[in-house]
Each structure stands twice: as C-alpha cells, then as structure tokens.
Design a protein around this ligand. Structure first.
Ligand code: ADP
Length: 415
C-alpha cells in the first residue's frame, strides 16, 4: 500500500480531528504520533501528529520537513498541512513558514489556506475568520494563553509569516463553483500570488474548494476542507484498491481515565453511572497512588469503571496552590499513566481517556505510536486501535470539551 494523502498536523488533537474526518469515508486512516522511523502498515491516509504549534520557527520547519520526507518515502505525492481552525499561531507564527518550506520541497508555487469548519462554527468571509458569530479577534481566542489571536483577517495574519505574496479567493468566487475557483487561482498565480486565503462559510463551499484543489501538491487548512477528499480520490480512481477499514474485535469493557477538568468533562463524569473512583492530587502527593491501583484491581473486569481527577475550578486551584500548577498536573498525568499500565497488565484492552495532555501521557505510557482510526463516538472523537506490549488494544482519546454529557456511555455503545 502506498500513501495517497500525507498529512502533517501541528498538534495531537488536531491530528485526531483530521484523522477522524478522513475516516468518515470508511477507508483506512492511520495516525502516527511523531514521525516514525520505519514504514510498516502504511494506510492510504497517513496523518503525522507533531507538536510544533508554538515551537520556534526553525524547529517547526525542520520537524515538518522530516515528516514530509517520511510521507514521500511512503509514496505520498500530495500533502495536507493541518493547523487549528482558529489559525492559532504566535506572532512569529509557524503556519506560513512551514507552508513555504513544504511548497519548496514539493516544487509547487501555490497553495490555499482554508481553516474553515462550518459544522463547528468556524467560517471565513472576505478573508476574515469568524468563531460562531464573532470575528476571531473578538472571540475567546483573543485571550488564549499561548496564541492570543488579535486580528481576524487571515491575509494580515499570514503576510508577515511568508516571503511571497498573499491573496484571496473570496466567497463570491467559491460560490460560483469549482471552475470559477480554478480560474481565480490561475489568475492569482499569474500575478505571482503563492498563498491564497480561501473563503468558506458552509459545507458546500468546502466541497467546491476540495473539488477545485484536489490535485494541488500542497493543501493547507483546518480539518474540514480535507473531508471531501477521500470520496473525490475514489471518483478519480487514484486510490488503488483500498479496502474499507475493518475494526479489530476487541472484547472488553473499558477502563475510563479522566484527567480533563473542562466543564464538559466535569458534566460527563457526573453523568457516568458505573463504578467510579476519584483521584485527589493532594492525597496522592502525600500517600502515592497505591489506593487507586488497589481500587482498580478490586473491580470486576466486566464492568465499566472510571478513575478521575476531574474536578471543579475551585478544587483545581486549591491543588495547584498547594503543589504548583505543573506539579499537580504531572502528578495526575503520571498516576493515570500508571493506572493504564496496570489495567493493561491485568488484561484490559479498552481505554477511554479524557484530556489532551492526559491522552499524551497515557499513549506514551502504553508505548503507542500508531493508531488506526475507527468509528466516531462523537464528532472529532473516534475509537482508535493500536498495539501495546504485543496486545491489540482500543483507545478513545477525548480532548477537553469534546463529546456530549453522555460521552462515556456513548463510547460503550459505539463498540
Ligand atoms: P483538557 O483536554 O481538558 O485541556 P488535559 O489533560 O489536556 O485536559 O489537561 C488537564 C491537566 O490538568 C492535566 O495536566 C491534568 O493532570 C491536570 N489535572 C487534572 N486533574 C487535576 C486536579 N484535580 N488538580 C490539578 N490539576 C489537575
């Protein structure tokens, strides 16, 4: 199998989101945590999750090029550069420099920028990005701790990040259909415009953009504009005999590990009806995690069980004040990672993990570096399949606010 579309994502949950949308096609999608060393089990859609959103530019570019080399060695001739649908980047910004480096390596002189995700309220009109009904710079993103977004205009955000001219294919062009968009891109190319911000306010726009740009060597955007690509490739006959993905049969009731303290995860923990055990960072700091390990071992194997550090903001603040923010976080992440290892040792093969950082800690503890993407439990959260210590396992990795209140039960039902 060779890679039909190679994807490079600037963070882990963004990679999961993209992989989940591509997997809606039913075709095999594989997510790699970091650029692998070998090239086994290639899928037609390969997504490499990097962690470069806020890295220094040079480092981000070097890591993206390393990922590109691996994807090309696996046969990829077309690359998708995935960043956040709110265009998260620092003032020095990695989105433009990575795109320019990929363009140069691929020998192409034009790409599009389309972070729109209408289903999630991200739309672009006249080059301005909206979050719901608010311009980006008036949305909560203006106060993000690492990447505060203080301008809503994508051309203005991108221009200082690149060396070549930036232009716009606006909604009027996109709405006129794929040929109109192709013509506009050709006009811009003739004027030397390398970076084209592309408006999209509705799902139909994304289909038009994907159709017009499906042969571009490099596409860039949020996850949504990639969603129509698998079906287009099938129509084009460029997906050589890719059989549908078949989820392995993993017969187990899940262990649920929750380290997210988002308001949605708090609601999900409260709504969970099975056996639960709370992890208190202050208690663990004093007495270690043995009590939690013992609790896990005492539970019957065939009932779903939840171990959670999830707490309301006041309790989190109290723990952070006593232990330090980083230390409290690391303590909980280590405990949940150990619990995952213990559960694996005692025969557990299904895990639900809540929290982005927590998911990173658990996948690392289980030594997982490749995930095959299965059916979605909630938008952006698929069941995934991996191997840990020689055992096939299933993992659902949920970042903070994803999923409905019934998420943990939904995960059981999606089996
Ligand atoms: P999210 O996806 O919701 O942001 P993360 O797992 O990325 O979740 O981040 C949550 C962080 O909070 C983790 O580092 C976790 O260890 C830490 N944490 C979890 N529970 C508590 C708690 N009760 N007190 C302090 N920190 C906590």
């Amino acid at each position: 199998m060779t890679i039909r579309l190679g994807c490079i994502a600037d963070d882990f949950t963004g990679a999961t989101d993209l992989a989940g949308l591509l997997a809606r096609s039913g075709l095999p999608v594989s997510l790699r945590i970091g650029t692998p060393e070998d090239a086994t089990d290639l899928a037609p859609f390969e997504v490499i999750a990097l962690k470069i959103r806020t890295n220094p530019v040079e480092d981000a570019v070097a890591q993206a090029l390393q990922a590109l080399n691996w994807l090309r060695a696996g046969g990829a001739t077309q690359i998708f550069w995935k960043y956040c649908s709110t265009f998260d980047s620092t003032a020095e910004g990695n989105i433009g420099p990575v795109a320019e480096a990929l363009m140069e390596a691929l020998g192409t002189d034009q790409t599009i920028y389309c972070p729109a995700f209408p289903e999630n309220g991200r739309s672009i009109f006249m080059g301005n990005l909206f979050v719901g009904e608010d311009p980006l710079a008036e949305s909560p993103m203006k106060d993000h701790p690492l990447t505060p977004m203080r301008d809503s205009n994508l051309m203005r955000l991108l221009t200082p990040q690149v060396t070549k001219p930036v232009g716009l294919a606006n909604r009027l062009t996109v709405a006129a259909g794929p040929q109109a968009l192709r013509d506009r891109l050709a006009d811009l190319k003739a004027q030397g415009v390398a970076h084209v911000v592309t408006d999209a306010v509705a799902n139909d726009d994304l289909h038009i953009i994907a159709e017009a740009c499906r042969e571009m060597p490099l596409l860039t955007g949020g996850s949504a504009v990639a969603m129509p690509l698998p079906a287009l490739f099938q129509q084009d006959g460029t997906l050589q005999n890719a059989a549908p993905f078949e989820a392995p049969d993993i017969d187990d009731t899940p262990v649920i590990l929750s380290g997210s303290c988002s308001s949605m995860t708090n609601a999900q923990v409260a709504a969970f009806k099975g056996k639960k055990h709370r992890l208190d960072p202050l208690d663990i700091a004093e007495n270690g995690s043995q009590a939690a390990i013992d609790w896990l071992h005492q539970q019957p194997t065939n009932t779903p069980k939840l171990l959670y550090a999830t707490a309301d903001p006041a309790s989190v603040k109290a723990a952070q004040a006593k232990l330090g923010t980083a230390q409290a976080g690391a303590l909980i992440e280590d405990t949940l990672a150990t619990l995952a290892q213990e559960a694996l040792k005692t025969g557990h093969r299904r895990f639900v993990v809540a929290g982005g950082e927590t998911s990173g800690a658990v996948t690392q503890a289980l030594n997982v570096s490749r995930l095959a993407i299965g059916p979605e439990i909630a938008p952006g959260v698929p069941w995934t399949f991996a191997t840990s210590a020689g055992h096939p396992i299933a993992l659902a990795l949920k970042s903070g606010n994803f999923g409905a209140e019934t998420f943990f039960h939904d995960a059981l039902e999606a089996l």
